[in-house]
Write a protein that binds this ligand. Structure first.
Ligand code: PLP
Length: 382
């Protein structure tokens, strides 16, 4: 351990692994028992830390892990050899020969990929596991649904490929139920047109977190791909998934570095975009956009200090942010300031924090920078 790791923290994220484990159990309990759980842990497990998060999800009983790239798959392999891993992004041609080293299932969308992967596996004298992805209207990955049966024939004929799953992805599960239903219909029609396909032997999956609101428990669907919800964040305001009672795993905290009084009329921070209307006590926080507190939260966001909401004054800077603590008695350097999370009964949730920057919780979680240490806790004493 370097000496720097023993220094007091200025800005950090707390990740509660016991809450994560409980969330997985709650989500599972809300689903029919035959539904398998694909834990989506791409992008360093949405910024929560791949190693710690995936290890806990393995312990909690995830059935399969989904990642975006081979480096993430390799990291998973170090934690849990033998655990099934699905690569959600297309494989680059020069990655073909590496994929066999990590025993990863590859997402296939095209005849070109089928030919390439079959050749690579054949050259290595191995077989390669794949999931066939069907584009039901998102226009991103997957074979267009009307062309899926023809691609399925090619997969059947490829001697070194083993089909383990079929899936699609919803583009607007949170705001267009009719189109989501149409995507399900297209997916099922495409599967029915694949002659001889044995769906019972495959992972058949479509739902991400928001999809769980309209999940079809009848029919061939037998797995869900859960990202955001397992971290205790709802995909949108008013989501029916609040009934699942998943709790936030992540909180984001910083400290007060300096407290001082300024006269009315003072312009605050770069560009003087805020002018103090009254004599003001400000606290200078030891975090800024260099940590993942977005500059777009300038003059919009709040933080919690001593359980009170304190508005951000002027522009968020790289390393410091100025907040108004005039109405909060007793603030001193060293006090904790909560950017996302709870403090003395008050709360700023990830959705609100994200709105200040006109973004979504997924992006906010990916925007907490490397400078911010992740601290792992187990609140439930598990
Ligand atoms: C990221 C991702 C998910 C998880 O989505 P959430 O909304 O975070 O649950 C599921 N499927 C695919 C294909 C993804 O890329």
């Amino acid at each position: 351990m370097s000496t720097a790791s023993r220094l007091p923290l200025r800005c950090w994220a707390e990740i509660d692994l016991a809450v994560l484990e409980r969330n997985l159990h709650l989500i599972r309990a809300s689903l029919p028992p035959h539904m398998r759980y694909v834990a989506v842990v791409k992008a360093d497990a949405y910024g929560h830390g791949l190693h710690q998060t995936a290890a806990r999800l393995m312990h909690a009983g995830a059935d399969l892990f989904a990642v975006a790239n081979l480096a993430e798959a390799a990291a998973l392999r170090e934690i849990g050899p033998g655990w099934p891993v699905l690569l959600l992004s297309p494989l680059l041609p020069e990655e073909d020969r590496h994929v066999l080293d990590y025993d990863v299932a590859v997402t296939v969308s095209s005849a070109d990929e089928v030919a390439r992967l079959d050749a690579a596996a054949g050259a290595a004298g191995r077989s390669l596991t794949i999931h066939l992805k069907i584009d039901t209207g998102m226009g991103r990955l997957g074979v267009w649904h009307e062309e899926a049966p023809a691609l399925y024939e090619k997969i059947r004929a490829a001697t070194h490929l083993r089909l383990a799953g079929v899936f699609t992805h919803f583009c607007s599960p949170d705001d267009d139920a009719a189109f989501t239903a149409e995507q399900r219909r297209r997916f099922l029609a495409a599967l029915h047109a694949c002659k001889g396909i044995d769906l019972g032997a495959l992972f058949v999956h479509a739902d991400n977190s928001a999809g769980l609101e309209t999940i079809e428990v009848a029919g061939p669907f037998n797995a869900v791909r859960v990202g955001l919800l397992q971290f205790g964040v709802l995909p949108h305001a008013g989501s029916l998934l609040s009934q699942v009672k998943a709790e936030p795993v992540f909180s984001f905290r910083t400290r007060v570095g300096l407290v001082k009084s300024l006269p009315a009329g003072t312009g605050v921070s770069y560009g003087r975009t805020h002018t103090l209307k009254r004599a003001t006590t400000v606290a200078i926080l030891t975090a800024g956009y260099g940590d993942g507190l977005p500059r777009a939260a300038s003059n919009r966001g709040h933080v919690l200090i001593r359980g009170r909401r304190c508005p951000i004054l002027g522009r968020v800077t790289m390393d410091q942010t100025i907040v108004d603590v005039t109405d909060v008695p007793g603030v001193v350097p060293g006090d904790e300031a909560v950017l996302v999370g709870r403090q003395q009964g008050a709360q700023i949730d990830l959705a609100e924090f994200s709105r200040w920057a006109d973004t979504i919780p997924w992006e906010t979680l990916c925007s907490v920078t490397k400078r911010v240490p992740r601290l792992y806790r187990t609140s439930l004493g598990l």
